[in-house]
Design a protein around this ligand. Sequence first.
Ligand code: NAD
Length: 495
Amino acid sequence: MSTLNVGPVLDGKEQHEAGGGLHQVVNPATGAVIAREACCNSYSIGRIVESSMNAFESPAWRNMAAAGRGNLLLKLADLVEENAGELIRLELLDTGKPATQLKDGEIPLTASIIRFYAGAADKIEGRVKSTTEGGFHLTMYEPYGVVAGILPWNYPLVNAALKVAPAVAAGNAIILKPSVETPLSCVAFARLCREAGFPPGIVNVVLGSGSSAGAALVEHPGVKKISFTGSTGAGQVIQKQAVEQMKTVNLELGGKNAILVFADADLDRAADAAIFSGFVNAGQLCVSCSRLLVEETVAERFESILLEKMKKVIVGKPEAPDTLIGPMITRSQYEIALRYLAEAPGEGCRVLCGGGKLDLPAPHDKGFWLEPTLLSGVKRGMKVAVEEIFGPVLSIMTFKDEAEAVELSNMVIYGLSGSLWTGDGERALRVVNALDTGLIWVNCMFIGYPQIPLPPHKMSGTGVELGFEGLLAYCKRKSTVLGYDRGAPVGWNLK
Ligand code: NAD
């Protein structure tokens, strides 16, 4: 296969030279170079921000009714579906995700996120209060201007839609910055935005590494709001930078989420949910429950149900229709996960299944393949109990009662998501009330997208993404008082 060329997007047009050198993009399933990526230097980032500022101020955008922006998004969702074949091809090459996961999961999710915000664009309502003496008080929502949408590599296309759709529905211009490892679908998505009729410059793309291109974008004074999804460490750096310029940030960061399984749960369904949550996308999912907390009286039985089901989890060639798990997406993440697996037995836990590299025949012998791994007997002090691995590794711990289940779930620094399984409705309510995490699924898993908001707790971030609240995150507030009483005091009486 010939090597692709990919470049940043300025005024809706892809550039082939951006001053920041070339990065080689690798197919994680084979380790082969698939694309040359033209990275941005600060000069080209400046030009891209200028283009976005001009587009935001242009009458074509500023005078467009909210319903008009919604209609463009509807057209974009149709284009995503019409171009699904090409988007799947690029995403599969760039991430090694199974084709069925892309076709049946990520493409429909991308389209539904866009349609949700298309419908919401003209439903942003301010408030009017008559409590002010001699006037009405209006609270209005306005776009920020130019927003930076900084993306991780785990769901490049879905995350691009998750930034672009609410940002433009609210009337902003947006500059996407995908991970340097996974630029292909993001640039293709920006092309579709142009085809859908968004004015040139409303959706631009910066390419390059986080420490250079990402940092330059965050620092640029023309960028008024930052919506970041990625690691907690990078989120902290960005928040500090943003504080200097009083920029608003939305941070969706790491997680070490728990699935809690009580003895009275439907164990068979809970096992399916635990496996899906822990291993879909090779565990590279922020809301994945990578900790499995099981009531000790059923732990042995639950582990044997899991082991039986794990035999049906097929890891392999991304193109094959029965493949459920592909490779790790980046070499560095693969190496990080391997280190955790190498150290885990020394910490005192037991490898129930998996535990290391997966050897596949050529051409996949140089890919980033890991065996899906169940670790049993994990205890509080161990790294695999508290640190985010972001790979196909599920750490199993046991609890003796409800209080300990809650305590174990809350003991990590993160608070992104969680899931609990029980047949006792009152217990479910008590536990939901006690968990310090932003999104909880009770007797279900991963449903509710894109309508349900994801407001991270603790070190998992600040702000909110998804749902209607996720749209308001792209709006700044403005208060206006309309005076109607000519006799109302205006300060000193100077007559
Ligand atoms: P990362 O933090 O390394 O990079 C994310 C993005 O930020 C990339 O585009 C990167 O180039 C950029 N970046 C890095 N440093 C930057 C800086 N100083 N200034 C500006 N941009 C910078 O994360 P990753 O390895 O790509 O993704 C994995 C992480 O993302 C995991 O921790 C995972 O939990 C998290 N994640 C969170 C969510 C969520 O919604 N909470 C969703 C997906 C992934």
